[in-house]
Design a protein around this ligand. Structure first.
Ligand code: NAI
Length: 478
């Protein structure tokens, strides 16, 4: 079968008007380069604080998250969940099946979601007294950005240029070998896919493709899937994926990938040959920081990432960096937090720095993964010891109703604080809010145990895990 791609959506129906040239001659308090999660959050907060702000974006406000990342992929994942629900209806006594997956209709649904959010965001930006400038910006000094022949002067510059999908040397990207950018626009479900990389993007796309009926093989270089997560979560995901008939090859590295008319021949370093219609390359995202004058302005970089202190100040006074170009977690909500932080710092509000350790993470594959704080190994490294409790969703009524399995693992420091929470199971991403408060507010099991969790909810699993850790398990063993 042929796989085909639609052109990326290039119609920006509600493009915002640029400011008149004369306005660009006025000095700004803040000039922001990049209108993705970090950049637009910084612009909105700066404007709220009465700062004079210019936001420069070469494509569409919203950036990767809105147009090529979080939002469209989660729409795909929701369509995948609908397919699974239809396929597995008989398990609940509802006889149903999946007739076909109409990718054109899936894309229409996806585009509708993205389009509405984009329009809403454009409305927010244009009503917020932000000078929005479309064009490719270049840093020309510590206080200036040039865009389309104009020079914007700012007391502060904020670099928010985001990230791109990395590939590997020697791979020829096209309609057989692609990154998530192109995979989001497939107009047909491929029969078979090899996913290179078992990190966040790899497992999310593997989950979607499998739910849509493709044969899926994941090739991961490290010994386990989602290597940044708690090892027991990786094991549970592997088990769940095997049950879904997703093939997983860990400790496996790509030797070559050769596209042809019908698909792609993938050869691993151990000599294994895999044949698929499509190879999805999901080996990480790199920072977009080249060729924009950063080096010439003296802004220090390390392997492409802009180096900053904890207050997100670069090596050049007055110049900040936010979001994916700052080493650490590459998450939209981290970008939002960075953007807000910098705006408040510039306005003199002395905000508290954003600490990666307290940032919640959710991976939206089926089953979902949600975590915050330290893994057991990290806690042992830091404190010399740690106690854990692993609550099995087998004892959680709502999880049984949903026919999902999984767990909630708590990591306790020697002083009693719960310093890490690691969850896996269908829909468990929804539970991250409470988990984040417990870890962020340095709660103990004894603080959480008396909190009443509604029955029957999956949220109850968090309550039950803390009851057990406090020595008084209810629907669990001690
Ligand atoms: P990643 O860093 O999460 O995973 C890449 C994986 O590829 C790693 O496990 C790595 O060991 C593996 N790998 C690297 N080279 C390889 C090779 N030659 N052969 C086989 N495996 C190889 O990066 P990913 O998944 O591309 O995601 C990029 C970023 O986007 C991440 O920081 C992620 O957090 C973010 N993201 C977050 C989402 C979420 O929060 N739900 C969704 C999608 C992306």
């Amino acid at each position: 079968m042929e796989s085909s791609l639609t052109k990326p959506d290039s119609t920006d129906l509600t493009a915002m008007p640029d400011i008149p040239t004369s306005a660009s001659e006025q000095p700004y308090d803040v000039v922001i380069l990049g209108g993705g999660s970090g950049g637009y959050a910084c612009a909105l907060r700066s404007a709220q604080l009465g700062l004079k702000v210019a936001l420069v974006e070469k494509d569409k406000v919203g950036g990767t998250c809105l147009h090529r990342g979080c939002i469209p992929t989660k729409a795909l994942l929701h369509a995948a969940e609908v397919a699974d629900t239809a396929r597995e209806g008989a398990k609940f006594g509802v006889n149903s099946s999946v007739e076909s997956i109409d990718m054109e209709a899936v894309l229409k649904y996806q585009d509708g979601v993205v389009g509405r959010l984009h329009k809403g965001l454009q409305g927010l930006v244009s009503s917020a007294a932000i000078d929005y400038i479309t064009g490719v910006g270049h840093v020309t000094s510590a206080t200036t950005v040039s865009v389309g022949g104009r020079v914007l002067t700012g007391r502060h510059l904020v670099l928010a240029t985001g990230s791109y999908a990395r590939t590997l040397p020697g791979l020829e990207l096209g309609d057989r070998i692609m990154t998530s950018d192109q995979a989001l626009r497939l107009t047909r479900v491929p029969e078979s896919v090899v996913v290179l990389g078992g990190g966040v993007i790899g497992v999310e796309f593997a989950s979607v493709f499998r739910s849509f009926g493709a044969a899926v093989t994941i090739v991961e270089a490290l010994p386990r899937l989602v290597p940044a997560e708690e090892p027991s979560v990786s094991t549970a995901l592997l088990r769940a994926f095997r049950k879904r008939k997703i093939t997983v090859k860990t400790d496996a590295r790509l030797a070559s990938a050769t596209p042809d008319d019908k698909g792609v021949e993938v050869v691993l370093e151990d000599g294994t040959a895999l044949r698929a219609e499509l190879l999805l390359v999901a080996v990480g995202r790199g920072p977009v920081t080249d060729d924009m004058g950063f080096d010439e302005a003296g802004i220090a970089r390390d392997r492409g990432f802009v180096t900053t202190d904890e207050r997100l100040r670069t090596s050049v006074p007055g110049v900040y960096a936010v979001g994916d170009i700052v080493p650490g977690l590459q998450l939209a909500h981290r970008g939002f937090a960075h953007g807000i932080f910098v705006a408040e710092d510039i306005a003199g509000l002395a905000p508290s720095p954003v600490i990666d350790e307290f940032i919640p993470k959710v991976t939206y594959c089926d089953p979902e993964i949600a975590s915050v704080g330290l893994t057991e190994a990290q806690a042992r490294d830091r404190f010399g010891d740690a106690t854990t409790y692993d609550y099995n969703l087998g004892g959680n009524g709502k999880s049984q109703i949903l026919a999902t399995s999984g767990s909630v693992k708590l990591v306790k420091a020697p002083d009693g604080r719960v310093v890490g929470i690691h969850m896996i199971g269908a829909r468990m991403g929804e539970q991250i809010g409470e988990a984040q408060l417990i870890v962020g507010w340095e709660g103990t099991a004894e603080d959480v145990a008396p909190m009443i969790h509604a029955h029957p909810t999956q949220n109850e699993a968090l309550g039950e895990a803390h009851l057990a850790l406090a020595g008084k398990p209810l629907h669990a063993h001690a």
